[in-house]
Ligand binder design. Sequence first.
Ligand code: NAD
Length: 331
Amino acid sequence: MTKIMMFGVREDEKGLAREWAKENKVTLDFSEDILTMETIEQLEAYDGVTTQQTGKLDDRIYKRLNELGIKQIAQRSAGFDMYNLEEAAKNDVIISNVPSYSPNSISEYAVTAALQLVRKTDLIEKKVKEHDFRWIEEIRAREIKSLEVAIIGTGRIGQIAAQIFRGFGSKVVGYDLYPNEAAKEFIEYKDSVEEAIENADIVSIHMPATEDNYHLFNKDLFNLFKDGAIFINTARGSIVDTKALIEALDNGKLAGAALDTYEYESTYFPKDYRGKEITDPVLKELLAREDVLLTPHIAFYTDVAVKNLVEGGLDAVLSVLKTGTCETRLN
Ligand code: NAD
């Protein structure tokens, strides 16, 4: 019987994975470890592997996988910046992802976070808990309908976020390296990121992390933001220079930021750090700030998304084993 190892497994994935294994008549084992040069030895006698990596993989992994007779790694996420696709191809290892498991989940979260910051819900809740029920300027919010929203990266997730904001009546502008013809109906495209953010009250980013956009949101770009803008990052941490973002919050360029990703998150997210010391000074600063809504990469985290990720990863493994390839291969 085909034997698949599911690395990086969480408790909440196991039930769905067991159902899939039963339906597909496959032996499935679980490991909470992620794939490293040490844990790779657990794969001896397995036919395939699916995992949920967060940090970069050691390049030696691909050669060792080949030696173990494993021909693929099926990543259970959309992002694949942690893989060296060329090195994997050289060693006949097919890398696949689950490109679209619920764009709505991420878009809905980006909008939720924007609303939370614009409507100052955390501050209002804090005041109510202290029995301060006054109507005072500190909690007076802006109307979402009156705001201009800039969507940077107008693919699957960005387009849905744009449509939800349009539902509120907001003006939506956008920038993408490749503007989408159909999205021109509801996004006013600009020719550069600088032009898109210029008048925006909310800037929400929805593009993959690439070498070209590393720290794209840096001091110079934040300086061009409208005063008091709100910045939402549900994309990838490396797109933002976090120290420059903190400076922009300090000098009032930004009124608030919702960060669902952080450049050095892989040490912390999604782990239980209760009672343990956080040593990263930048992360500590983000956690301490009232103007930052920090979440542990949970924008995607809905029941629909988890089901699609588990099944998408396992389907890709089985497809490579049966046909030598899969629809979601990346190299
Ligand atoms: P997509 O491929 O459908 O769209 C990405 C868009 O970004 C494309 O239109 C592309 O042309 C554009 N783009 C790429 N580089 C750009 C640049 N430098 N400037 C402007 N536009 C650029 O991807 P998607 O499904 O919409 O996902 C977007 C991103 O969301 C993912 O790459 C991932 O980083 C992030 N994501 C986050 C979570 C989460 O839980 N926080 C979950 C899934 C995906």
